[in-house]
Write a protein that binds this ligand. Structure first.
Ligand SMILES: Cc1cc2nc3c(=O)[nH]c(=O)nc-3n(C[C@H](O)[C@H](O)[C@H](O)COP(=O)(O)O)c2cc1C
Length: 174
């Protein structure tokens, strides 16, 4: 068992305040590689990423999305998108959402592994947020914003939560 990795999972927490300190392109590439390593239905990899470093854009998003205000003061953010042309046909199409969520969690864990901090801010399926991101980032048809992750060097110490609850675990049958 890799105790360090389990420890990493257990200590990840949302970070919503960032130092005024840049994040290198190399680090961002590592995070994107981690996201793209996620499992996806039939290995369809129905995702695309928009990395935002432009100050004016970060401020515009932070000011227009009340749930993601911290974007305005983050050095960088990523929007994880569904690439719907790669989604599976028929009923399985909606798996793209789970695939994007898996990529998002991989991204967040990699953020934590590098000593950075981040918060998953929800976009899909809230139509007003989807509209703001589509317009602001000029997303083409078929590219669906799934979440917005502002990230950077943490300005606050992590407050780790203990979420373990054995009462919600059932054995064999409910
Ligand atoms: C689908 C989803 C949407 C979320 N949306 C927001 C959001 O809009 N703004 C925010 O500050 N945090 C958001 N979060 C972060 C949660 O508030 C956070 O994960 C939760 O409170 C547990 O805290 P932890 O991440 O520190 O363990 C979201 C998380 C998920 C999984």
């Amino acid at each position: 068992m890799n105790d360090d990795f389990i420890q990493l999972i257990m200590t990840r927490t949302s970070i919503r305040a960032f130092l005024d300190k840049p994040v290198s392109d190399e680090m961002v590439e590592t995070l994107l590689k981690a996201a793209m390593a996620a499992p996806s239905a039939k290995n369809s990899q129905p995702w695309a990423f928009v990395v935002i470093r432009d100050r004016a854009l970060l401020e515009k998003l932070g000011n227009s999305l009340p749930n993601a205000k911290m974007t305005a003061t983050a050095p960088v953010a990523v929007v994880i998108c569904g690439a719907l042309d790669k989604a599976l046909p028929g009923e399985a199409r909606e798996y793209w959402i789970q695939d994007a969520a898996a990529a998002t969690e991989n991204f967040l864990l990699a953020v934590h592994a590098l000593g950075l901090g981040a918060v998953w801010t929800g976009v899909h399926p809230i139509s007003e947020r989807i509209k703001i991101l589509k317009e602001t980032l000029k997303l083409p048809e078929g590219v669906e914003p799934f979440c917005l992750i502002p990230f950077g060097w943490p300005a606050v110490p992590a407050a780790v939560k203990d979420k373990w609850d054995p009462s919600i675990v059932h054995q064999d049958v409910w």
